[in-house]
Each structure stands twice: as C-alpha cells, then as structure tokens.
Write a protein that binds this ligand. Structure first.
Ligand code: ACO
Length: 400
C-alpha cells in the first residue's frame, strides 16, 4: 500500500508535465486501463464481459456503488430512475430562454447545473440516501434534458418520458416520438444504444473526468461538478471527436477528398485523422473493437444501409497499414465506429457529444463520490513555469 500522505509533501520541486501525460493526480478503485495491452475493466470486470452480458443501467449501478446489483437492487434502481424522469416545471421553462440554434451541449451543461437551484437540499451531500437521490435525479433527467435540447432545435413539441419504458427505449421515445405516434425501437436498436452508453460509462482520468474531480476538489456540489465535465467533454479532441469522424467520412463520401488524399493531408499535419489515436491506448482500444462488431451486426439486423461504414472500414485499413500511423501507435479509438451506430439510431451529428455525456455520467458521478468520500482529497492546484516579464515599473497613461 502507498502512504498517500507521504507523497503529498511539498518538496520545492515542480514537475513540468504539460498535458499531464505522466502525472497521477489521484488514486482510484473505479476503472483500470492497460493501454499497452488494450485492457479495460470497470471495477475489475472486463469491458468485453460487461458488453456481452450487462446493460447500461446495471453497469452504471456497479460503477457508482461498487458492486453488481442483485435482481432486487437493480429493479429498485430502475424504479427510482422512473420516479425521477420528469423535470421540475421551473426547469422546463429554462428551455424557453434558449435560442433554437443553441447547441444541445450548451443546453445540457446549463440545465444540469441549474438542477442545483431546484434541489438545494442536495447541494451538500452527507448521507448515502442523499447521494442515491442525487445520482438517480441526474442519471434519469439527463436523458429528458438531452432529448428536449434536440427537440427545441427542431421546433418539435417536448415528449414526456414514459415510465413503462426501459432507460434506452425511453430515450429513443423522447427523441423520435411525435404526439399520437410513439416511436417503437427494435430490440436490436435498444441493445445497440445500451451498449454505446455502457462502453462510454467510464475511462479513468480522461479530461472530463479529471475536470469533474478538479471541480469537486473545491468541495463544489455534484450538479456543478458534472456540468463542468460536460463542458470539458465538448471539445473535438474528446467527446466531439465522434462528430468529427462523421464529418470526415461525409467529406470522403461526397468526393471532397479520396481516402488516400485524406491520409496524405493527415501525414502533412494539415488535418488529424479523427477517431484515431489515444493518450493511453498504444495497441488498440478494446471499445473500438466491440463497437466495430456491433455496428456491423446492427446494420445487418436492421437492413439499414450506410455507405459510411464501408468508408470507415477502408480508411481504418489504409491507416493501419501505413508506417506514419503504426510508428506513432495510432489505432481507431471508441469514437471511430460509434457515429455509425448513432446514425443508424437517427441521432443527428450535433447530438453526438450529448450521447457521450449521457453514457459518461455514471463515471463522473462515481469519481465525484470517490473523491468526496476520501478525506485525503486536497484542492487541485497545479503549478506553472513562469515565462513572463521580469519586474518593471508602472508607466502612467500619458507616458505610454
Ligand atoms: N491523426 C494524425 N496524427 C495523430 C493523431 C491523429 N488522430 N493523433 C496523434 N497524432 C500524431 C501527432 O501529430 C503526433 O505526431 P508527431 O510525433 O509527429 O508530433 C503523435 O501522433 C503523438 O500525438 P500526441 O498529440 O502527442 O497525442 P496525445 O496523446 O496528446 O493526443 C489525442 C491524443 C487527443 C486523442 C489525439 O490522438 C487526437 O487528437 N486524436 C484525434 C481526436 C480523437 O479521436 N479524439 C478522441 C479520443 S478518445 C476519447 O476522447 C473518448
């Protein structure tokens, strides 16, 4: 065991590590990643086994509370999520204030943060019961908020959640149903969405998770901390990458560049190959393997034709046989194939990072709670190497 307190002593030395590639900022019992060997485990369970046997909600429970639920616990958790799926009427009115063209990620982060105004009793979490209630509110309502942010942009009426439906069916209902005509997804569509969320549920100290822990370290509340996670996820190098992949595949499909021209531009560093490369995975991303297979199966079972999958497969094949990529250990990451699945579920590209945020929510909550419960957590406060001016006198305005 490591004595963490012993490692906390200020030594007077500063480690210069831009991008934190070699800095461990916390200890955690939630997720294990071995990037050299392509291994990912949530609380000791392999991602492959969870993907084959579990559902998003069961995995979310396990990530947050530490153990797989019994049948009874799983049902209680599902019931709690159903109880929590409606938004406070006051929160619903927030949607009136957003312009129709407002990006759904901006709406999501704002409304999740605003939840703190409607549940002031949960701004300070002291008991397990309060943590469970706050967790259920966020995991359940994030779906309602996400689908309404989409419908606001489309000028469509908001669909209310249907407590009879499973988590993923309910999401698809609120996305795609219209009054008097409920959208009824196939079992394969429901499973594909559950798998997508499950594979995104946690990934240890990625940028958004570290942001959640950074904000938590000031003892900020859960709503504010996960809202900050959503903001960190938004960028195209993180949760925005899946949308970048689809844009790239569309450009190739529409003849703006052939695959080889695209690869050449990447090698000249004019572009990045979106959905490729990872800070940790240097052989392959196990989630990408699972999603690649799932994308094939889903297209086959639904009969949905998507030329983008063929383009993606060919592009990946060309890149993985090119020295530029193999030398730098660049392989497809989770975002490379996820867009194919989301397109087949009728999810528009601007909602892709929102989908990632719904999936990642259990991970953010688990990390917030782990840090909150750990009495050794210190406020996060990195140092810097100052490269600015040496001391100089103030110059009065008429002498500048
Ligand atoms: N396309 C082309 N070249 C790349 C790519 C890429 N996608 N990713 C890395 N490289 C190159 C870099 O240019 C660099 O080359 P150099 O040694 O000649 O300078 C080398 O590979 C190392 O790259 P770094 O930028 O140091 O890698 P880093 O670990 O900082 O970045 C990241 C990781 C952000 C994921 C990067 O690979 C990237 O931008 N990928 C594309 C965006 C993407 O798919 N993001 C999703 C990540 S997964 C997730 O968030 C769930």
């Amino acid at each position: 065991a490591i004595d963490i307190r012993a490692l906390r002593k200020d030594t007077g030395h500063i480690t210069y590590d831009p991008g934190f590639g070699n800095t461990g900022a916390c200890s955690s019992a939630i997720t294990f990643v071995d990037g050299e060997n392509g291994i990912l485990r949530y609380r000791g369970y392999s991602i492959e086994e969870l993907a084959a046997n579990s559902s998003f909600i069961e995995t979310a429970y396990m990530l947050i509370f530490g153990a797989l639920p019994t049948r009874e616990e799983r049902q209680q958790f599902r019931d709690l999520l159903s109880d929590q799926e409606l938004l406070h009427e006051g929160l619903r009115h927030h949607f009136d204030g957003f312009p129709s063209a407002g990006h759904p990620m901006a709406i999501l982060s704002a409304v999740i943060n605003a939840m703190g105004c409607y549940h002031p009793d949960l701004l300070e979490i002291e008991t397990d019961e309060e943590f469970l209630r706050a967790t259920a509110k966020i995991i359940s309502k994030v779906r309602t908020i996400a689908t309404w942010s989409f419908r606001k942009g489309q000028g469509l009426p908001f669909m209310y959640p249907d407590p009879k439906l499973s988590y993923c069916r309910n999401f698809l209902h609120m996305m795609h149903s219209i009054p008097y005509k409920q959208f009824d997804p196939t079992d394969e569509q429901e499973r594909a969405l559950s798998l997508f969320f499950l594979l995104h549920a946690d990934h240890e100290q990625n940028c958004s998770c570290s942001t959640v822990r950074m904000v938590q370290s000031t003892e900020a509340n859960l709503f504010a901390s996960v809202s900050a996670g959503i903001c960190a996820l938004w960028g195209r190098l993180h949760g925005g990458a899946n949308a970048g992949v689809v844009t790239m595949l569309e450009q190739i499909r529409d003849g703006e560049a052939s695959i080889s021209e695209y690869i050449e531009r990447v090698k000249k560093k004019e572009l990045k190959l979106m959905g490729f490369g990872h800070r940790i995975y240097k052989s392959f991303d196990p989630r990408a393997k699972i999603l690649r297979k799932a994308a094939h199966e889903m297209l086959e079972s639904t009969g949905y034709q998507d030329p983008m999958l063929d383009i993606a497969l060919e592009l990946a094949d060309v890149a993985m046989n090119d020295e530029y990529f193999t030398e730098r250990k660049l392989y497809p990451n989770v975002d490379f194939y996820s867009g194919i699945i989301l397109r087949a579920l009728g999810i528009p590209v601007n909602m892709f990072p929102v989908m990632f945020a719904i999936g990642r929510m259990p991970g953010w909550i688990a990390h917030w709670h782990e840090a909150h419960a750990d009495s050794t957590t210190r406020i996060h406060r990195p140092r810097q190497i100052y490269i600015g001016d040496t001391p100089r006198p103030y110059i009065p305005i008429d002498k500048r």
